[in-house]
Design a protein around this ligand. Structure first.
Ligand SMILES: C[S@@+](CC[C@H](N)C(=O)[O-])C[C@H]1O[C@@H](n2cnc3c(N)ncnc32)[C@H](O)[C@@H]1O
Length: 367
């Protein structure tokens, strides 16, 4: 059972399939991917400030790297979290930058309550457009997406290394990787409809309002059913913030099917290292605000057997804003009967097609 609700858009309203069940802790839920859009609100910031799995890694890295250094916190958010942690850990000074104006004003009010306020400078703007001196020794930037690069971390941190950091300066986090595995969306949401969680509709609306029209938003799956993955996970996007950082990349990987079932796409999730030698945060197996992203490839689910292979090419190129990546997936599923099933998905940061895949036609029925 799923309900249809209307989202009001300028000049028309849009039908959206909605799960009638209310949110429940641990229950799978389908949301639009939100982090790559300037629609942050207090609820989203709270999911981050209460994410212990994430926070202890950033805190530990700052405790190692901040003492006696000048730090730069890109995307400080309303709570100036890492700027405040950095000076508390002994940084000489923290420069905190926030691009969303409302959030910047909240951060400015919150700064007044910090005992370390005299060692923090807050700037409004996008780091890629700002100039300042002196350069920092350490840059901390939690602009990591559920698809690792989706929030623009590669372009923003390549620019920060180039213009804002001293030669040899370090970036926190150290590394982010996106992994992918074969799956079927309806198996990720067992015993419930393929429909958006009711609580996600205001965010869907904010994304479409920001863009000016609907498009095929990336699909965020919270608490996906673990049994729905039919292959192991393999890296498809690698961001080495202190190494050879690529702002655009293309990988081809072979996912070997290990369980019989049906495949219509891939589930992707984040592995994140704040320091090189630590156990990474794994967004699939750990409780964290990062969820996994489902990317559709085939309109009709393909039956698979162990030993079948999904050859997946995963490419990211910079969108027309020069910061956020557009993703392109191309897949060939080789099944034991000798057939090759081809699928693809263009997943631009903004714009692009609307209702390009069957799943989007289900989620946004034409009325
Ligand atoms: C994922 S939130 C993290 C907030 C906070 N730092 C934390 O870790 O809880 C990312 C924040 O970075 C801001 N942001 C993203 N890219 C930015 C950029 N290039 N310059 C300044 N702010 C940016 C967003 O507006 C958002 O507030």
């Amino acid at each position: 059972m799923r309900d249809t609700q209307q989202i009001k858009m300028p000049g028309h309203s849009l039908s959206v399939c909605v799960d009638p069940e209310p949110d429940r802790e641990g229950r799978p839920a389908l949301w639009p991917s939100v982090g790559e859009y300037p629609i942050y609100d207090p609820f989203l910031y709270t999911t981050m400030t209460t994410d212990d799995e994430r926070n202890h890694r950033f805190r530990t890295a700052l405790a190692h790297l901040a003492p006696d250094r000048r730090i730069l916190d890109i995307g400080t958010g309303q709570d100036l979290l890492w700027a405040a942690e950095g000076v508390q850990a002994g940084a000489r000074h923290a420069l905190a930058i926030e691009v969303i104006e409302d959030v910047f004003h909240k951060a400015a009010a919150n700064l007044l309550a910090l005992t370390s306020q005299d060692r923090i400078t807050l700037l409004l703007g996008e780091s890629t457009n700002l100039r300042f001196a002196p350069r920092a020794d350490v840059c901390v930037a939690e602009i990591i997406g559920s698809l690792a690069g989706a929030e623009g971390a590669a372009a923003v941190l390549a620019d920060a290394r180039n213009r804002h950091l001293e030669p040899g300066g370090l970036v926190i986090p150290h590394r982010a990787v996106t992994l992918a595995a074969a799956t079927r969306l309806s198996d990720l949401l067992p015993e419930q409809p393929v429909a958006f969680a009711g609580s996600s509709l205001p965010y869907l609306r904010s994304i479409f309002d920001w863009h000016g029209s609907p498009f095929d938003v990336r699909l965020r799956v919270e608490n996906p059913s673990a049994g729905a993955l039919l292959s192991g996970g393999a890296p498809v996007e690698v961001l080495d913030f202190n190494g050879d950082l690529q702002t655009q990349q293309r990988t081809t990987t072979r996912l070997v099917i290990t369980w019989p079932g049906l495949v219509d796409g891939v589930l992707t999730w984040l592995n994140l290292w704040c320091l090189p030698d630590e156990q990474p945060l794994d967004a699939l197996s750990m409780k964290t605000n990062w969820a996994s992203i489902y990317l559709p490839l085939f309109d009709n689910p393909v039956p698979v057997e162990p030993g079948d292979t999904l050859e997946l090419t995963f490419a990211s190129t910079l969108s027309d804003d020069g910061v956020h990546p557009d993703y392109q997936l191309d897949a060939v599923l080789h099944t034991a009967d000798g057939q090759q099933h081809r699928g693809s998905l263009a997943s631009p940061h903004h714009g692009g097609a609307f209702r390009s895949h069957a799943i989007y036609r289900t989620l946004f029925p034409a009325s």
